[in-house]
Design a protein around this ligand. Structure first.
Ligand code: GAP
Length: 447
């Protein structure tokens, strides 16, 4: 059965523990913009690294790119965004709130019931100007998708890497949309990050590659811990298809507000390259060595959101368990994604214990993001680590001073094993890469 958690619990945990804060909060915040705190930035970084590893580092047929956010304004004429990247906007004649017309059930203002204006198209791109003179000729846009930076560099990458079809270009970066309706925390914001692949294939093989990427991307979320039942594929209807797409399917996640898009996978055909050839006058074709023909490749685009992935991973990992009279809140984050991998906890602040614990902390820091904590009771410290998803805690106790062994405590099962300090790094490495606590645990009691 699919399961979902309440959004308030996620928002509250993120705020309380320093994952995500409202942007410029001391000034009252800025609508639909968010700041990632010390733990949030680690989570986000880990998501991006896991994606990059899976789609670039471990593949022969992919290379990376980091294009600039500001692009030549003709890019957006060619891509169709200047003309078509717009939502129908209506305004309430009484309270002056603005709404997306296609989100409304009837023709009244959802806030006050007032009469609404006729819809008009509102372009979602943020405008700014380049150089010291603000005039029409200097207008540029904050990119609404990272994809166009890839298309305009197709020939550069082809010439410098000598890649042959099929191959892809992957990019992670900020995108900006002046969304009319935002909300649901970081699900829809005005500044967000995308992880996009543009995969160039021979026309005729596009359907096969489209299906390949659906599977591949779905698998990625499952391997990183998302429950299969909380994911689904949803094919776009003809009416929903973006102007560039021949076919598109969303990977939906069961977010707290219901099923919604986590990632879109589109068959963009040759739309983008053809448009850029037309508007730039430059050739963007590919010599097929078998047929000796110049062709324009088709493009399969798996396009994911970093922020939506972070939200999905957090929602899926969130859990509450009864624990004596209290509730244990924990995040079952995959070790690859957990912001802190290991916490080192001396049982007390006695000098001798602290000395050993600090030495272990210093020794392990080059390997992982780890925390040292010696405040409050050991039980409370375990809870704090559970709540931020730290997979393993290392406890140094008085016995450690005699036998040079420490306790490793696992987040999900709360099982504990004792290991020699000399073997700690090796054991932690094995546990973080997924090895179960298969040795007989010392304790299975709650602790
Ligand atoms: N290049 C294709 C493209 O941009 P999209 O479906 O508009 O397609 C792709 O966006 C992904 O970017 C979405 O699946 C979502 O994860 C993320 N995304 C889009 N708009 C967003 C927003 N306003 N806030 C947060 N993430 C967003």
């Amino acid at each position: 059965m699919p399961t979902k958690v309440e959004m308030e619990k996620i928002v509250s945990l993120c705020r309380r523990r320093g994952f995500i804060f409202p942007s410029s909060e001391i000034y009252g915040g800025l609508s639909s913009c968010w700041d990632y705190g010390p733990l949030g930035v680690e989570l986000k970084q880990n998501i991006k690294q896991a994606w990059w590893r899976a789609v670039v580092q471990e593949r022969d047929d992919m290379v990376g790119l980091d294009a600039s956010i500001l692009m030549h304004p003709q890019t957006w004429v060619a891509s169709g965004h200047l003309e078509g990247f717009a939502d129908p906007l209506v305004e309430c004649k009484s309270c002056h709130l603005r709404w997306r017309h296609d989100d409304l059930e009837d023709n009244n203002c959802p806030a006050c019931g007032g009469e609404l204006t006729e819809p008009h198209l509102f372009n979602l791109m943020f405008k700014t100007s380049i150089g010291p003179i603000e005039e029409e000729a200097n207008i540029v846009y904050l990119r609404p998708e990272t994809a166009q930076g890839i298309f305009v560099n197709f020939q550069n990458v082809l010439n410098t890497t000598r890649k042959r079809l099929p191959f892809g270009i992957a990019q992670i970066g900020k995108a900006f949309r002046n969304e009319i309706t935002t909300g649901n925390f970081i699900f829809r914001s005005r500044e967000f990050e995308q992880m996009e692949i543009e995969f160039f294939v021979k026309p005729g093989t596009d359907k096969e590659w489209f299906n390949y990427w659906l599977e591949e991307r779905l698998d990625w979320y499952v391997k990183l811990g998302i429950k299969k039942e909380n994911l689904r594929l949803r094919q776009h209807t003809k009416r929903e298809l973006a102007h560039y797409a021949r076919e598109c399917s969303d990977i939906d996640y069961l977010f707290p507000m219901g099923w919604a898009e986590l990632e879109g996978i589109a068959n963009r055909g040759d739309f983008d390259l053809v448009q850029h050839v037309k508007y730039s006058g430059k050739s963007l074709n590919y010599l097929d060595e078998e047929t000796k023909e110049h062709i324009i490749p088709f493009i399969i685009e798996p396009s994911a959101g970093v922020d939506r992935s972070a939200l999905a991973f957090l929602c899926d990992a969130y859990d509450e368990e009864p624990d004596k009279e209290e509730i244990r809140v924990l995040l079952h984050l995959h070790p690859t994604l957990a912001p802190i991998k290991v916490a080192v906890l001396p049982l007390s602040r006695r000098e001798k214990l602290v000395a050993v614990a600090k030495k272990i902390y210093a020794d392990l820091r080059p390997n992982w993001m780890i925390q040292y904590d010696d405040t409050q009771s050991i039980g409370r410290r375990y809870r704090r680590q559970d709540e931020i998803g730290t997979p393993l805690c290392v406890t140094v106790d008085f016995q450690s001073l005699e036998d040079e062994q420490v306790t490793i405590r696992e987040r999900d099962t709360m099982n504990q094993i004792r290991v020699p300090i000399s073997e700690l790094r090796t054991t932690l490495t094995a546990k973080l890469s997924g090895e179960a606590f298969d040795t007989q645990p010392l304790w299975t009691t709650k602790g």
